[in-house]
Design a protein around this ligand. Structure first.
Ligand SMILES: [Zn+2]
Ligand SMILES: [Zn+2]
Length: 334
């Protein structure tokens, strides 16, 4: 697959897509019906449909019955922990194996031509991937499992608001469609917060060790960041829920970051077919730190002047903004 048909690589090995990074045609005026419908299809297919399919599978075949989860018990909690361990190994380990060990498409569509560091004292055990796996498995999976266990226990005991699908199917579909939007809003708010002052150093720096992210980097976070990141499921402690909605938000949280940090713009499906993965926007956040705090469904970055689309103009705007910020801080401290 020739990635030069889709983008360009500069002298220092950074590849960028030719297509223009655009915000979703949702918060736009006047409304744009055709682009909106096209966008809606890409919103649902394939990734959100895939996450929902996994949620169905996990809920019906790999989750204990609600009656069992009414009381905390070692057996069912261990089962959920093992299932989550297996899921993360499958999704993150699988994509790492294909793209970074087997290197099935070499560096085609890879944003950074370099492979993750294997001999860098900045990382635990001297290796980016080893550090990433450590945080993902030893912190990410247990924290995620704790949220899941608590949520099922609350739900099984009717301590959180709930409803039956048959009673309110339209409400179910509406909430289902709003889950990715909620994820994005929650992510923006917590992410913006943990970039502030000492919070960055304590909570978020571990994640930003990954200037050149791979799939495992997606869950490579400090435990405190895992605690805030997975807290998106708490929305269902307020909004009435149903098991599949809870499972959908959980799957979104645990599986989604693999895609968002793949490091490749597209997956070469065959010699002439690609599946655009589109994680360039967040990749630029890892590359430049102070841009693209959110995603593009709700264009917070555009509204607040922190968007970067990969263009030289955006580079210039970013440097101007950072310089002004530095001068301001210097002026205040004098
Ligand atoms: Zn960040
Ligand atoms: Zn990230």
């Amino acid at each position: 697959m020739d990635d030069t048909l889709y983008g360009t690589r500069d002298k220092s090995g950074h590849w960028k897509p030719n297509r223009w990074i655009k915000r979703a045609p949702v918060f736009v005026w006047p409304i744009q019906p055709k682009p909106f419908l096209r966008w809606l299809f890409s919103y649902l297919w394939p990734y959100n449909a895939l996450y929902f399919a996994i949620a169905l599978l996990v809920w019906f075949y790999l989750t204990p019955p609600l009656e069992t989860m009414q009381e905390f018990g070692f057996g069912w909690i261990l089962l959920i922990l093992l299932r989550n361990t297996a899921l993360v190994l499958l999704v993150y380990g699988g994509s790492h194996a294909v793209f970074y060990i087997q290197r099935r498409q070499r560096t085609d569509f890879k944003y950074n031509a370099k492979w993750p560091d294997t001999d860098n004292s900045m990382f635990l055990f001297g290796s980016q991937t080893a550090e990433n796996i450590f945080w993902a498995m030893c912190s990410g999976v247990p924290v995620f499992t704790a949220y899941e266990v608590l949520t099922w226990w609350m739900f099984a005991n009717a301590y959180i608001p709930h409803f039956d699908f048959m009673d309110r199917p339209v409400f179910f579909v509406t909430v289902l469609l709003l889950v990715p939007l909620w994820r994005e809003l929650h992510f923006y708010l917590i992410h913006r917060l943990i970039h502030l002052g000492p919070l960055y150093e304590i909570v978020h720096k571990v994640h930003h060790n990954n200037v050149n992210p791979g799939p495992w980097s997606g869950l490579s976070m400090h435990t405190l960041e895992h605690i805030v990141f997975f807290s998106a499921v708490l929305i269902f402690y307020v909004v009435p829920s149903q098991p599949l909605l809870i499972m959908f938000v959980l799957i979104h949280l645990i599986v989604g970051p693999a895609r968002g940090h793949l490091g490749f713009d597209a997956i070469a499906v065959s010699d002439d077919k690609i599946l655009v993965n589109d994680n360039y926007y967040h990749y630029l956040h890892h590359k430049y730190f102070e841009v693209n705090y959110g995603e593009r469904l709700i264009p917070f970055d555009e509204w607040l002047g922190t968007a970067h689309d990969g263009s030289p103009e955006a580079d210039e705007a970013m440097f101007r903004r950072l310089k002004a910020k530095k001068n301001f801080v210097r002026g205040v401290s004098h």
